[in-house]
Design a protein around this ligand. Structure first.
Ligand code: PLP
Length: 384
């Protein structure tokens, strides 16, 4: 139940890893950069992800971490809006997004200011009201990592566009779970990790999306040889590659990319809208069963009731907090805790079965009914 933290491994991932090590690395050696597609993987996998999130081929690459990609996207956006000094985000954003945004401002900033919607005053309406004619970029997470509130991508993109501002979205808690239509909703930039609902595995590279319309003028600040139009020409000056490939910097982490390759081979056979429908059904089942089975034990739902306003996971609240999560793990139900009181259950349309949700709720009810979570062994334990 923790696809919101780390998705399950594809069944044949070891075959992919073994082939890479035993054949491509041990035997073919340097030839594998071309023959095994090591250099092209960033784009090939990006094109696979594009199908899942409503982008076009060439607009997504996999590279670096989410934090680094967000930094590059914010720098790119600020460079496209040089006369504007306002950057809009929210206090409830995932902290690394705010750190990276502030880092970009610190480096580039000439009177730039980060304006944050305060907790409790951060509805989509509140955010749109902060976007003005001096706003360069709006930096938001599609889905709140604690409550799973999902923002209205189309609406905020439209408000930014109307004001002449750009948008940078972190899709980490949505990509591979909820329906996303980046181009249909006129998104400028997006980033996401790939180890949650996309099932790329621990350490898999993140992805970077830039709408094709920004290609010509896009300057992401950091330039490297992998993002050069002709990387083996070894030219003195940097000529950016076409499309999102200019976001590539240095040598890709090939072994960490193999898990994502195995996962995207699975995704290639998936009807994306059917997957999104299954996710909605899983998520709604969890809500219904929570109301039915757990309400009497003081469990409340922190996530929005309407699916269109909800992301990949459902967050519950209970004073037992982390001890409850640890007691559940002891009963073989892996979910996660985020301060102050979010107990998160994430559902993967690829791997979560309806029966898993029934079982998880039944075990949570047992843990509550028997008060197992109050046992000393669960007190004070913290896990990631
Ligand atoms: C919304 C969000 N953004 C970013 C990250 C992590 O980014 P990175 O890939 O740089 O570790 C997480 C990690 O869980 C996240 O939830």
């Amino acid at each position: 139940m923790d696809a919101n933290s780390i998705g399950a491994p594809p069944r044949d991932v070891l075959d992919h890893l073994r082939r890479t090590v035993e054949e491509d690395w041990a035997l073919a050696r340097r030839r594998s950069w071309g023959e095994a597609g090591w250099l092209e993987a960033a784009s090939a996998l990006g094109d696979g992800i594009a199908r899942v999130v409503g982008a076009d081929p060439g607009e997504i690459v996999v590279t670096d971490s989410t934090t680094i990609n967000l930094f590059k996207a914010v720098v790119g956006a600020l460079n496209l809006r040089p006369k504007r000094t306002r950057i809009v985000s929210e206090a409830a954003n995932f902290p690394t997004d705010l750190y990276a945004t502030q880092s970009a401002i610190d480096l580039l900033g000439e009177g730039h200011a980060l304006v944050l919607a305060a907790d409790g005053h951060d509805s989509d309406d509140d955010l749109c009201a902060l976007i003005d004619s001096n706003t360069a970029v709006v930096v938001l997470s599609l889905v709140d990592y604690r409550t799973s509130r999902r923002r209205n991508l189309a609406r905020i993109n439209a408000a930014a566009y109307a004001a002449g501002a750009l948008t940078v979205w972190d899709l980490s808690h949505g990509a591979g779970a909820v329906p996303i239509d980046l181009n249909g909703d006129r998104t400028d930039f997006a980033v996401s990790c790939t180890y949650k609902y996309l099932c790329g595995g621990p350490g898999a590279p993140a992805f970077f999306f830039a709408a094709a319309r920004h290609n010509d003028a896009l300057d992401l600040g950091l330039k490297g040889w992998l993002g050069h139009a002709d990387q083996f020409a070894f030219e003195l000056g940097h000529r950016p590659a076409a499309g999102a490939r200019r976001a590539l910097i240095g040598t890709p982490p090939v072994l960490s990319t193999i898990g994502l390759q195995a996962a995207m081979a699975v995704w290639a056979g998936v009807d994306v809208s059917a997957a999104a429908q299954k996710h909605e059904a899983l998520s709604s089942l969890m809500l219904d069963l929570t109301d039915q089975e757990l309400g009497p034990f003081g469990v409340s739902v922190a996530s929005p009731r309407h699916y269109a306003e909800r992301g990949g996971h459902i967050a519950l609240r209970h004073p037992g907090g982390n001890a409850l999560v640890e007691a559940l793990a002891d009963a073989d139900v892996i979910c996660s805790f985020r301060t102050p009181d979010s107990i998160r259950f994430g559902f993967s349309p690829l791997t979560t079965r309806y029966v898993d949700i029934w079982d998880a709720v039944a075990r949570l009810r047992d843990v509550l009914k028997n008060e197992t979570w109050r046992e000393d062994r669960f007190a004070g334990r913290s896990s990631i």
